[in-house]
Write a new protein. Structure first.
Length: 182
């Protein structure tokens, strides 16, 4: 497997040449390979939606140029749709406030936004994971927000499943039947 070398404040790290993730994710994958469990898809979608909304707002506030804002939003949209799910594979159990999950998303979105603008993965010439994708955000806000969104969506699904199971058992209850078809 070919690698590229990414440099950050901790030094150099090898990252697979085709990866959209970067140095932070590579280190986290090496340091926190504990259980083999990964986060649910709904969590990935929630983080992507947060990144999309932040890019849109930062662009409207004039903090991101239109070009960088649009590229970041397009990359976040691809992230939401699942294009990079194979790169969002960090172990479910992490240290701290979920920073590895947060940075994994920032790096993927930044690298894709750089490609959209004609740059290369790992160089962050146009869009940087921290300076642009993460502008005005903190893991202490993004991760709890993503967890709440994920929980609500999973509970909505669970609720529908419970109502449908009830409706199947109680065919005499039209109200349960109606809820099951929503």
């Amino acid at each position: 497997m070919k690698h590229r070398i990414e440099k950050d404040s901790l030094g150099e790290v090898k990252v697979p040449v085709d990866a959209y993730s970067g140095s932070f994710t590579a280190r986290a994958a090496a340091n926190f390979a504990l259980s083999g469990f990964t986060v649910p898809r709904e969590f990935i979608v929630a983080i992507g939606e947060i990144k999309y909304a932040a890019a849109e707002l930062n662009m409207k506030l004039g903090q991101l140029s239109r070009e960088v804002g649009r590229a970041t939003m397009n990359a976040a949209q691809e992230f939401i749709k699942g294009k990079f799910d194979n790169e969002y594979t960090l172990d479910y159990f992490q240290a701290g406030a979920g920073t590895p999950f947060h940075m994994n998303a920032n790096e993927i979105i930044a690298n894709r936004a750089n490609e959209i603008l004609g740059g290369k993965k790992g160089e962050y010439e146009f869009v940087h994971p921290n300076n642009h994708v993460n502008m005005g955000q903190s893991s202490n806000d993004v991760i709890p927000t993503a967890i709440k969104i994920t929980t609500i969506r999973l509970l909505e699904h669970l609720y529908r499943e419970i109502v449908c199971a009830y409706a199947r058992k109680n065919t005499q209850k039209p109200s349960a039947q109606r809820l099951c078809t929503l």
